[in-house]
Design a protein around this ligand. Structure first.
Ligand code: GAL
Length: 376
């Protein structure tokens, strides 16, 4: 091929490529590839969305093709219509320093960002597993930035609420905890074992070193108080922990939800004064039936309701697993979930659905396409 023809063909390819990449989409297509402004499938799994000014920022796990560990970090995308997303790059980057908490090869999951009006800082919390230790570390990590898209500065990681009992543990509960001993329960899932977990067997085990902290979300209440909601106690019990006013630490006040209920992937919203939480069961990357809880105070008591999903594969959360619930300015809420593809995690897909109400209970009605700011 002569040189001129080659250059001409190259230019044509580039122009056509850019046109395809920049093509505007008019709806969210659930379960399909979701292309960013560069024409690449959005890589923001287990994520959450923050609105700042007139822009939505989507943060999530950057997943690679052939690995379960984190090789890049947390990605950020920006959008004004919740459909077309601009790739803002890596918001929090793993580091190459040996032994660092977020050393390349650690596992960073389910990052969420909230904005603190008092300090003007963007605060990112995530589930962190240390490099080479599988899922044993069970920590949360915190990072902070001056701009929504970052770069985020890593602050610290640790287990939760060391040396603190949950709020509901009074004298009577503590007297029971005092009698519990893990060595007495060789077998899990028996009724006596379940009862002892409910009574605080594992809270006691981890009292000094801190409570385990895995799948997580953040929730900011109307009064500006923020909470970290996470799977603790070997993923058996959810904890809701209050954050300090700067959103960078726990205050030490926390409550337990559904002890021994085996919940993961918590996502929270508030509607007409009621707190609602959607979770999954614990089956790894495999989908299972969503669970729904409600409470009139964030501190509980929390009540469980039937599966909120309606439509094909409703008994498997439509093939997905909850990650976040986004509140829109008009008070409506959007449920976000991940369809995990463990053979190639980077190709995991997304489900976004509006939350509607059936009587007094929220429901998720399946739809294959969705215009988040328009569809009711
Ligand atoms: C899921 C969890 C994900 C990830 C995965 C690893 O249950 O929700 O965030 O941790 O297990 O197997």
């Amino acid at each position: 091929m002569n040189r001129r023809l080659f250059v001409f063909l190259l230019l044509v390819t580039m122009v056509v490529g850019a046109a395809v990449a920049a093509q505007e989409q008019d709806s969210v297509c659930n379960g399909e590839q979701w292309l960013d402004d560069g024409g690449k499938h959005i890589n923001a799994h287990g994520g959450g969305v923050l609105k700042y000014g007139d822009t939505y920022y989507w943060f999530g796990e950057h997943r690679t093709d052939h690995s379960f560990v984190t090789l890049v970090g947390v990605r950020c995308y920006a959008s004004k219509d919740l459909i077309n997303w601009r790739n803002c790059g890596v918001a929090l980057s793993v580091v190459d320093e040996k032994g660092h908490d977020i050393e390349r090869g650690c596992i960073i999951e389910r990052p969420k960002v909230i904005y603190n009006k008092e300090t003007g800082k963007f605060c990112m919390w995530f589930h962190l597993e240390l490099k080479g230790r599988g899922y044993d570390a069970a920590r949360y990590g915190v990072a902070v930035a001056d701009r929504p898209e970052g770069p985020y500065e890593f602050l610290y990681s640790q287990r939760a609420d060391a040396g603190k009992w949950p709020l509901e543990f009074g004298e009577r509960e503590l007297a029971v905890v005092d009698t519990l001993n893990e060595a007495n329960y060789k077998k899990w899932w028996t009724p006596v074992w379940r009862k002892s977990v409910d009574e605080g067997l594992l809270v006691k085990r981890d009292f000094d070193s801190g409570q385990m902290s895995r799948d997580m979300t953040l929730f900011v209440d109307d009064d500006g108080k923020a909470y970290h909601i996470f799977s603790s106690e070997e993923n058996l019990t959810l904890h809701i922990a209050e954050l300090t006013d700067d959103y960078l630490h726990h205050t030490g006040r926390y409550t337990r939800v559904a002890p021994a209920g085996h919940n993961e992937a918590p996502a929270l919203f508030k509607h007409n004064g009621t707190y609602w939480m959607i979770t999954s069961g614990c089956t790894g990357w495999e989908p299972n039936e969503a669970r729904l809880f409600s409470a009139s105070s964030i501190w509980g008591p929390w009540t469980q309701h039937p599966n909120p999903c309606r439509g094909p594969l409703a008994e498997k959360t439509f093939g997905g697993q909850s990650t976040f619930i986004l509140k829109l300015d008009d008070g409506r809420h959007i449920f976000m979930a991940d369809i995990w593809h463990p053979r190639r995690l980077s190709d995991s897909r997304y489900i976004w659905l509006p939350i509607s109400f059936e009587g007094s209970l929220p429901i998720l009605q399946w739809r294959s396409t969705f215009q988040p700011l328009i569809d009711k």
